[in-house]
Design a protein around this ligand. Structure first.
Ligand code: CDP
Ligand code: CDP
Length: 244
């Protein structure tokens, strides 16, 4: 029997995690956000291997980072149908969203040994799980689970993705617009779009497992879709491809 994985990949803020979480709930599957593991390792490195701040970046060896992830440990813990990231026994789901983690995560995720370590954790989590798992990331359909029976590649325009990120941070920008600045503030939107574009560039151009759609992925442009519409589209594909 083929593995029961739905792979959801795409650029930053295209809606992968939100979509994966809701699809998993509707199918009564589990959800695994692979980016959370890369973020948790980045957080662990920043907190334990030193951070110089003031624009100067500490560089760490691959061996140092992987040994730290093993020792602390950094891991995924299955709670309420979701694989949650933990560092040294502490839930870091909130802490990994900080700006300092976001700024360094793509650099850590480009290290082949780190990717190998993360892939082992993901495959173990899926293998040890009785039901299906919706996994979201950048290389799930291309590298981690190339045999997944359903692969979805979510996209959205850079402006829309920036707007979503600002809206998440409570900076307005909900559909219809508040008319009072917030994410409708053009310079702020432009800055956010540039930050996202820089991370997408780093993720798409790295040598190992770059961000790209698998040849057999269904590409879904969500720019003009609501979250509910994109969730329904993926659930419909899942029911078609994964009967029973
Ligand atoms: O949620 P957001 O799109 O901001 O990012 P994320 O999914 O939390 O992923 C953070 C970073 O981890 C990405 O920018 C990639 O550098 C890396 N990542 C990866 O390389 N491969 C994955 N499968 C998932 C994330
Ligand atoms: O995981 P990724 O970085 O791709 O995206 P996310 O963390 O799920 O964030 C996407 C944000 O956009 C969430 O706040 C969603 O509620 C929102 N959103 C969406 O995903 N899709 C839409 N069609 C509209 C809003």
């Amino acid at each position: 029997m083929s593995i029961r994985v739905i792979a959801i990949d795409g650029p930053a803020a295209s809606g992968k995690s939100s979509t994966a979480a809701l699809v998993a709930r509707r199918l009564e599957w589990a959800h695994l956000d692979s980016g959370a593991l890369y973020r948790a390792i980045t957080l662990a490195a920043l907190d334990n291997l030193g951070e110089t701040g003031k624009g100067k970046r500490e560089t760490w060896s691959a061996q140092q980072i992987v040994a730290l992830a093993e020792d602390l440990p950094v891991r995924l813990v299955f709670v309420d149908d979701v694989f949650r990231p933990e560092v040294a026994g502490v839930d870091v789901a909130q802490a990994i969203r900080s700006e300092r983690v976001t700024q360094r995560v793509s650099e850590i995720a480009a290290i082949p040994e780190v990717r190998h370590w993360v892939n082992v954790q993901q495959r173990e989590a899926v293998q040890g799980h009785g039901r299906g798992v919706v996994v979201d990331g950048r290389d799930i359909g291309t590298v981690v689970f190339p045999d997944a029976p359903l692969k979805v590649f979510l996209t959205a325009s850079p402006e829309e993705r920036a707007r979503r990120r600002l809206a998440e941070r409570g900076r307005g920008g909900g559909s219809g617009g508040s008319g009072g600045g917030g994410a409708n503030d053009a310079p702020e939107l432009r800055r956010e779009a540039e930050v996202l574009a820089a991370r997408d560039r780093a993720d798409s151009t790295r040598a190992v497992a770059p961000l790209k759609a698998a040849a057999d992925a269904v590409v879904l442009d969500t720019t003009r879709l609501s979250l509910e519409q994109q969730v329904q589209a993926v659930v419909a594909l899942a029911r078609e491809r994964l009967p029973g």
